[in-house]
Design a protein around this ligand. Sequence first.
Ligand code: A3P
Length: 274
Amino acid sequence: LLAIDYSLRFLFGWTQKLSFSARDSINRLKVYNFKPHPSDVIIATYPKSGTTWMQAILYQLKTDGDLDNIEHIMRFSPYLEEEIDRVEQLSSNRIIKTHLPPDELIIEPSAKYIYVQRDGLDTAISYFEHHKLIKKYTGNFEQFFEKYVNGDVPYGSWFEHTKKWLALKNRDNILFVNFEELKNNPKDEIKRISDFLDIEMTKEKYERTINRSSFDYMKRHEDKFCAVKYFVSQHFGTGNFINKGIVGRGKFISDKQRKQFKNKMTEYFPDNPE
Ligand code: A3P
């Protein structure tokens, strides 16, 4: 059954929306069959929800935190869907980034997962800007938003993705972190993350982690954190990936869009549409 399941996923692709080459297809199959090691930590997010931020936090928690020691944060924490071969070479104690929903991953009960969730409207704006940034998308925000609420973007519906991860909320090996809480209260959230990972904290490491995962610090070192520079073009300038880093970006969207979003929230989260 598992084999059929994976073959079907392979045939249909995980986002359906992206065209992919034969090489990509083989990689996809490898990704679907990827079984984490019990010592791995997996950072799972819908795109633009604070993935790189969490990678930066774990870099501080798991190493001496010196950015001079890495060319790019992806060298420390590879992206499962893009770098499956390197993920496999590393074999254990990995910090892996993924945007896949849980039903497209093999969940290893002894590995640890950190799911970062961000407000859906803020994510929409950040995702739109990201599309613009990589020059893939020529439409305006209204057109993008229409696609976003209908799940017609890479990685599909934010509502579905969020709902699938939240359904695992009672699992001990998955930590749920909110972008907004991390922004408003980094001290407590970093403590929660280090406790979850059983990392012994000194005062120095704690303070260093807070400082070096701050927006200002990451912006200053954007060349080490910019995924576009790493995956799309080395020539990509800095200043737009570690972008605004604020909560409440969605407040500028129109009433019509807000209503559309709310209707979807009610559809997917009838018990808690807020
Ligand atoms: P904005 O585009 O709203 O500014 P991801 O890493 O998943 O692609 O998420 C990118 C978003 O996280 C961007 O949001 C980026 O600015 C924000 N971000 C990255 N590091 C941050 C930090 N230290 N503090 C706050 N936001 C951060």
